[in-house]
Structure formats: structure tokens, C-alpha cells
Design a protein around this ligand. Sequence first.
Ligand code: GLP
Length: 234
Amino acid sequence: MDIRYFDDRTALYTAVSEHFQQAVANGATTFGLATGGTMEPLYENLRNSDVDFSTCTSFNLDEYAGIDKNSPHSYYTYMHEQLFNAKPFAASYVPVGDADDVDAEARKYEALLQANKRHIQLLGVGENGHIAFNEPGTSFDSETHVIELTPSTREANARFFSSLDEVPTHAVTMGIASILDADEIILIACGENKRQAMEALVDGNVTVEVPVSILNNHPNVVIYTDLKLPVAVK
Ligand code: GLP
């Protein structure tokens, strides 16, 4: 893993957006995208850049189950506000959280992923080590599926809703195998609340109890972090 430490977040996000722009310049066309507070400064940089995604395709990691795509809380809305309205892609896919049959939606999404290998997969990490919405205990072989969110994840994400009760209980998420299928993974982890998960990652012990630890088994991972991790300071 290539761990890039920045003590300055502005510099960190400049570096990640340059990484993206360089990838597009080098011919990358298929991107896996992520949501969450961590991604907002990146998307702001990309909105303000001259990057052109108009010939590219994007796939989002996940969506809350049972949520209307036009809800202000959906990841569909988040992506349009944060990136797509300013920088449209030729095609952008976000799982349909309120599909009549969400399990069928998950299978359809997985088929799309398998037909469109991602050059780059952007990732954040949950405080409990989840990636996308793959909570601790999720099989490393998992494909896109419906998952029940843990109480800690619902609490961590409640800040985006008016109350905890409004946070959906389930989500449709790329599986861990789906995520690992990308050629390159860019992980961004900022803030002390991510330290425990990141220390478990760099510790090198791969365990389903810390989903992000599976990145140790991917050949091409770049981590942008403002955390001084044990291996980052060696
Ligand atoms: C959600 C998303 C994850 C994201 C995580 C961290 O649970 N499903 O993809 O990595 O939140 O979010 P934040 O960046 O807001 O800390």
C-alpha cells in the first residue's frame, strides 16, 4: 500500500484531485465513486477544476434502502449536488434504494459492475472499519447486496438527517469482492475518528471484523490520510 501522509488537508485534497485528473488524462474512463463528508472537499476541487468526465462512466458504492432518489438524504442527490450537476459523466449509476425488489436491484447492479471494470475505485472508511456499507463480519467474497446497518453506522451518519430515527436501517452496497475488482483503489481517511480503523488496516492483519483490512490483499492501493500511522512515519 502506498500511504501518502499530509498534515495539511488542503494539500491532501489537492493531491487527490490531481490524482483523478491525471488518471483521466492517462485514459481512465470508469470510476467507482463514494459519498460521505470525507469526499466533499475532493468533489469541490473537481467541480472547480477543468477535468472533463463527459466520456467517463461512474458507479457509486452504495445507497440507502427504501429512500426516494430525490430525497435530500439520498446518495443520488448527494452525488448530483457534489459532482454530477457541475461535471456530468456520460453515464452515472447509483443503486436504486427504493426499487420494488432491492435484492434484484443489487443483482442488476453487480452485473453492470462486472461488465464495466473500474479503473479507479474511490473509498472512504467508516469508524468501525466498514467500506461502502460492508459492515464488520461481511464476507470478503460478497457482491452487491442489501445489508442491515449497525447502530454505530446509523449514529455516525445521523448528522446528515434531522434525527436518528430518520436514518434508514438498510442499504444496497457494492460487496467487498465488487470493490476489490477495481484496478486501483484510492482511500481517503481524515480525522481522529478514523484512527482505529486505519491502524487496524496498516497493522496488516486481514480480518472480516475490520472490512477495510482487506485492502492489504489488493495490489494497487493509494491511501491519502492526515493520520500519522505507524507505517507512515517509518
Ligand atoms: C458511509 C458511506 C461510506 C463512507 C462512510 C464514511 O457509511 N457508506 O462509503 O466511507 O460513510 O463517511 P464520512 O466520510 O462521512 O466519515
